[in-house]
Design a protein around this ligand. Sequence first.
Ligand code: DCM
Ligand code: DCM
Ligand code: DCM
Ligand code: ZN
Ligand code: ZN
Length: 262
Amino acid sequence: WGTVGHATVAYIASGLMKPETTAYCKQVLGDSSDDFIGSIASWADSYRYEAGGAFSSPFHYIDALDNPPYSCDVNFERDCTEEGCIVSAIMNYTNIQRTQHEPSSLKFVVHFLGDIHQPLHDENYGAGGNNITVLVDGVTWKLHAAWDTAFITKITGGTNLATAKGFATRLLANIKSDVYATASKKWFRGSLADTETAAMIWASQTNDLVCTHVLPEGPIAIEGKELNGTYYQNAVPVLELQMAKAGWRLAAWLDLIATGST
Ligand code: DCM
Ligand code: DCM
Ligand code: DCM
Ligand code: ZN
Ligand code: ZN
């Protein structure tokens, strides 16, 4: 996700987490403001461009070697390479956070629980959609960035932290009321007793969306095409649900870490 997507996930989580989890995160991050988590959600995207941070680049995704739109699946042994992937990164930084309570592992966990909910971060095809070019309202985008950023800007009309806060407020209301309240009771939460299974279930559910909503008729059907019609209309509810699920799961995950639970 771009900065609005990551901050939206973070603000949703901050609206759902336990008070002791808020206190824990504020203490670890050394930030007592309301933006303690929204303001660090995109740190990992700056860090990977720093000289010492290049090792973390593969941690933002898992390149599922599936065959969309005919079959979608993620396989840890097949798809997580030796340099690591988003699933192994969530496992590692969650364990570091549980034992060392330090800021960089918390910033990684917040970021990667966001990215794992972006369908193209759980897909190998076209380097996660970076090699597919599309149009959004006449502007050329990589398909990956259309999902990361262009569609979210089109939904919210903004690009800053205030935009994310507004978007998160609306999605939080959905989680707490009619729109997602019943469904969210069945969302898979995950447990710190088996972090690989948790992250793999999040990745697999998200990867399913590559077949149904990202490449439903294959790449040729969208290459060079304008996506602001039906394709975008079908993407909006998926993007909103992925933001909501990611924020809800991040809150639950941080609650377990902060309270020393599994
Ligand atoms: N990005 C960038 N420069 C930065 C931080 C982020 O160009 N300093 C861009 C690259 C990605 C996007 O942000 O297209 C989101 O990154 P990702 O989705 O890989 O986390
Ligand atoms: N990305 C991905 N899968 C890949 C390669 C990259 O999901 N196989 C993501 C990471 C960034 C975005 O795509 O969010 C752009 O990557 P880069 O900045 O490396 O071009
Ligand atoms: N917003 C949203 N969905 C929209 C339009 C806006 O979630 N379709 C969010 C993002 C904005 C916030 O609401 O930051 C306030 O919007 P506005 O500036 O239109 O009042
Ligand atoms: Zn991305
Ligand atoms: Zn990222």
